[in-house]
Design a protein around this ligand. Structure first.
Ligand code: GUN
Ligand code: ZN
Length: 439
């Protein structure tokens, strides 16, 4: 692939945007068998290519690592943007009725396919996905992502209280067993990874959480995903349900659920002790700005998350259906605004870092995806800085790549995604009817 190339050699929150960003204006990305073999200036690398190598030239486009979405619910795709109130009411009225439909394998297959189409249109190549309680909802997703060769992590939600009974695991033991069976079936098969998924402490008994921690301990290499301190009513309920625990983070830590490859979504209402435990254990978090604003959950503090004395591994999650877009470009836009409200501006480089290597790092997939450095899996997105008239006029005079990234983050959406590559092969190409007319 020939084009402008961007990726990150380090975390710009800890070094600086200038140091962390790798940018090659006319670059060559050499891909073989689904892996990145070499990357460098076109002039230097082109002559060493074996004769007969196909070079695809993405002229005037920017090639970046495929976006990584470390928190999304494919089973909520159809209820995105459902009107009505904050988290706990919204779950009861909009989410749970929809998730109940995923007991049907046909329904699950239809929305798994639609979800994959949608994330690929948006340049997302890896996600950490919540499915429904029913194992068939996990099978449907992994069947679809395996067919498309995608690096995907997902799991069935575990929940055994405080929701309609048809969504609950009949017992913690059965939730454990069904998850263990899904791990045997899917974890490490192709590019699939299993994520143990206790929904959140409100919907899990002590025993359910303990068994989730046990399952993780019994299956090293799997991920954990859950929700943490999203909404004040939720935090209050957790305090009442777990009176012996110090706080929400302690509830999960007590069950052995903190650590590398555990990803906590939201983290809006946390104190310093909790941030310290997330950092010390290597846990990841997913900042979900469109969801936090849509559900009125609160303002996430990036300055707390990335405090230099104890930074926490952080990515950007869409959290659809609580989030209002599957586009990580749109999510960067909202993350920037939330940052501004907290007096913590983020440049385009930091925003793109969060949506690529940051998310991969939170999921324990650093070195695997989220970068164009040699050895990484060849998942990438081709971005078009003149995808729309506004983007074109805004970026025409952009001399500086940091500004180009910032403009894409503010104005970009799926129209800015010219193509998405999975495993070195095109998995989505923008419809020609959306291509801007030449002037
Ligand atoms: N907390 C527990 N379940 C959910 C969910 O489905 N979405 C969001 N945003 N928060 C949750
Ligand atoms: Zn969520």
């Amino acid at each position: 692939m020939r084009g402008s190339l961007v990726w990150f050699s380090s975390d710009p929150f800890l070094t600086s945007s200038e140091k962390a960003l790798e940018f090659i204006e006319d670059g060559l990305l050499v891909v073989r068998d689904g892996r990145i073999e070499a990357v460098g200036p076109y002039e230097e690398l082109a002559e060493s290519l074996p004769t007969g190598t196909t070079v695809v030239h993405h002229r005037d486009k920017l090639i970046a690592p495929g976006f990584v979405d470390p928190h999304v619910h494919y089973v909520q795709t159809r209820i995105i943007g459902a009107y009505g109130n904050q988290l706990l009411d919204w779950l009861r009225n909009s989410v749970y009725p929809e998730e109940a439909r995923f007991a049907s394998p046909e329904y699950a297959r239809r929305y798994a396919a639609l979800f994959c189409d949608q994330i690929l249109r948006n340049g997302t190549t890896t996600a950490l996905v919540n499915c429904a309680t029913y194992p068939v909802s996990v099978d449907a997703l992994f069947e679809e992502t395996t067919r498309r060769g995608m690096r995907m992590a997902a799991g069935k939600v575990l929940m055994d209280r405080n929701a309609r009974t048809d969504l609950l695991d009949p017992s913690p033991e059965q939730g454990y067993e069904e998850s263990a069976e899904l791990i045997r079936k899917w974890h490490g098969v192709g590019r699939s990874l299993y994520a143990i998924t206790p929904r959140f402490a409100v919907a899990c008994t002590d025993e359910m959480l303990r068994l989730a921690g046990q399952l993780w301990h019994d299956n090293p290499g799997t991920l954990v995903q859950t929700h943490l301190a999203e909404n004040l009513d939720e935090v209050g309920q957790v305090r009442r349900l777990f009176p012996d625990r110090q706080d929400y983070v302690d509830v999960y830590e007590h069950s052995g659920l903190l650590g590398r490859r555990a990803v906590f979504a939201h983290a809006v209402h946390l104190d310093e002790r909790s941030w310290g435990r997330l950092a010390a254990t290597g846990s990841g978090i997913a900042h979900c700005p469109t969801s936090n604003l849509f559900l009125g959950s609160g303002l996430f503090s990036m300055s707390e998350a990335k405090a230099t004395q104890r930074p926490v591994r952080t990515g950007l999650g869409t959290d659809v259906g609580g989030g209002t877009s599957l586009s990580l470009l749109q999510t960067m836009n909202e993350a920037y605004k939330v940052g501004e409200l907290g007096g913590y501006p983020m440049d385009g480089t930091k925003l793109f870092y969060l949506a690529t290597r940051g998310g991969a790092d939170a999921m324990g997939l650093d070195g695997v995806v989220g970068s164009l450095a040699p050895g990484h899996e060849a998942d990438f997105v081709v971005l078009d800085p003149s995808a729309t008239q506004l983007l074109a006029v805004r970026t025409a005079e952009s001399e500086d790549v940091h500004d180009l990234l910032f403009a894409l983050a503010q104005l970009g959406d799926e129209r800015a995604v010219a193509a998405t590559y999975v495993n070195g092969r095109p998995a989505h190409e923008r419809s020609p009817c959306l291509d801007p007319k030449p002037e």
